[in-house]
Design a protein around this ligand. Structure first.
Ligand code: XMP
Length: 516
């Protein structure tokens, strides 16, 4: 019952930074889109029986030695093809047109003008803004192609061989700066490929439940529940599929935010009736972290400690054949790409790396989902919005927001201040709107202050709030001064151990969102 993934779109990746966005936009239209490497085996793609192909952009030059090429099978069966940027140049070169290196790169906003009516640009304005980003340009169209739109710099901004359903766009319809780009993608997907909108949260859930039941049979499944969105939705899905044969383990590492552990127990054990084993390992984690100040060392110790605690628990639970993980689609794509650039900026951890004697088969029901699809599935499964819309929280938790040496007391100080900051932002309606992520950071920096008539000498708290769509780049949130004043006054008055509050005004890059 693989139905909802059949008859969608295969997005062939040539290395553009916006390839994921192409797939997301199409899925937002209700059509399943899957990304394949440009050299993927044809059988892997054919398994999905795609109704059409989109060739992504990419940084290469079509005639450069070693540049990725167009697999012949994409053209062989006559299904519709849309090439975007590099994809358009590849298509042109493969069909006998010519592409030339351009002296100047065209990058940024441009205005296209439609020349001929086409199904691809139907119901979009005759003149409209789009986002260009290309070096090479098309010099001569292949036989059968005509110009559908042009710009002042690009005579071939949109082209098509209407009879053979092959199209090319020199610009990026998938980015927000091409406001009518989604309409164009919709025209391609529905009008040209004839796809049906059958990819929805409800359809995904039905399919995932059936798939889990087939995979797991009568066996039992173990899941590490962190309280984060991905493991929570994976848990809810698997519970729907196999009920009490799912056992969850929740490790409280003592590095969680205020009230978080209690919330996980309430939602999953009490409200949803899950079999949930809670392990309070706070002391163990703190002991392992004693005296450690270096951020990467903290992360590694926490990762190793988690594996240790989880493995001990897993060994006690005999007879479990399957381990479930909340791996999502960007994790899959990024770990495939990570082989190519192994430079660690910050090491992330998950349940990967269990000892060899714990030889589980993996259940990963969210492997094909983008984050927004995971959230929609979570809502459809009835998870509370406090979990579904939770802001990101790093695996190493407050350890990397409590700079310097950790102690239970410093963690408690941070928890209280963080709860005040987040609570005020929620009350002001600024979390999730203006601000995608907000948190407090406790600094091991003491300064002098006056409290009442007394001199104080306490630590500093930094507030971090960022606006971002994708967490890859971010800007500091322009929070109202009066709100910052209120938060600062409350923290200094209500939280012992802090006598100074500062606001972080660093964007990413060059900063990162977290401090460690
Ligand atoms: P940075 O600090 O790299 O963070 O700008 C980008 C986003 O990733 C989150 N983050 C993590 N998430 N494990 C996670 O699951 C981690 O170790 C980790 N480190 C950072 C961070 O909160 C932000 O949303």
């Amino acid at each position: 019952m693989d139905d909802i993934k059949r008859g969608g779109i295969a997005v062939i990746d040539y290395g553009s930074q916006t390839t994921q966005l192409i797939a997301r936009r199409i899925r937002e239209l209700g059509v399943y889109a899957e990304i394949f490497a440009h050299d993927a085996a044809p059988e892997a793609i054919e398994r999905r029986q795609p109704a059409g192909y989109i060739l992504s952009g990419g940084p290469s030059s079509v005639y450069a030695p070693g540049a990725p090429t167009l697999s012949p099978f994409v053209l062989e069966h006559g299904k519709p093809v849309l090439g975007i940027c590099y994809g358009m140049q590849l298509l042109t070169a493969a069909l006998g047109g010519t592409v030339a290196a351009s002296a100047s790169r065209e990058y940024g906003p441009a205005q296209i003008q439609q020349r001929a009516h086409s199904r691809l640009l139907a119901d979009t304005a005759a003149a409209q803004p789009v986002w260009m980003s290309h070096g090479d340009r098309i010099e001569e169209l292949p036989d059968g192609f005509q110009t559908l739109a042009y710009t002042a710099n690009s005579p071939y901004a949109a082209i098509g061989d209407v009879a053979r359903h092959r199209y090319g766009l020199q610009f990026h319809p998938e980015v927000g700066h091409s406001p009518q780009g989604s309409q164009m993608l919709g025209n391609f997907v529905f009008g040209i490929c004839g796809c049906q909108a059958k990819w929805s949260a409800a359809a995904f859930i039905d399919e995932a439940v059936a798939r889990i039941q087939t995979q797991v049979g009568d066996e039992r499944v173990l899941l590490a529940l962190s309280g984060g969105v991905d493991s929570a939705v994976a848990g809810a899905l698997i519970q729907r599929a196999i009920g009490k044969r799912l056992t969850c383990v929740f490790v409280d590492n003592g590095l969680l935010r205020q009230g978080e552990a209690a919330q996980v127990l309430r939602v999953f054990r009490k409200e949803r009736g899950m079999r949930l084993i809670a392990v309070n390992a706070a002391e163990e984690f703190l002991q392992a972290l004693a005296g450690i100040t270096e951020p990467e060392t903290k992360r590694k110790i926490i990762g190793a400690q988690f594996i240790d605690v989880f493995s001990r628990q897993a060994r006690q639970l005999r007879g479990l054949r399957f381990l479930a993980q909340g791996t999502i689609y960007p994790d899959v794509i990024e770990s495939a790409a990570a082989g190519k650039s192994a430079r660690t900026i910050k090491s992330h951890h998950n349940v990967g790396g269990l000892p060899e004697d714990l030889d589980f088969d993996l259940v990963e029901p969210l492997r094909d989902c983008f984050k927004d699809e995971v959230r929609r599935a979570g809502e459809a499964l009835g998870l509370p919005s406090s979990i579904v819309w939770r802001q990101p929280f790093p695996g190493p938790g407050l350890a990397i927001r409590c700079l310097g040496e950790l102690s239970w007391q410093r963690l408690e100080t941070l928890r209280r201040a963080d709860a005040i900051f987040t609570g005020e932002l929620v009350a002001a309606g600024l979390l999730r709107g203006e601000t995608a992520q907000c948190f407090a950071v406790l600094l091991p920096v003491r300064s002098v202050g006056v409290m009442g008539d007394k001199r104080s000498y306490e630590e500093t708290l930094a507030l971090r709030a960022v606006a971002t769509d994708d967490f890859m780049t971010a800007d500091w949130a322009r929070l109202p001064y009066d709100l910052l004043a209120k938060i600062s006054a409350r923290i200094v008055n209500e939280v012992a151990g802090i006598n100074r509050v500062v606001y972080d005004i660093t964007s990413k890059p060059p900063g990162t969102i977290e401090w460690e």
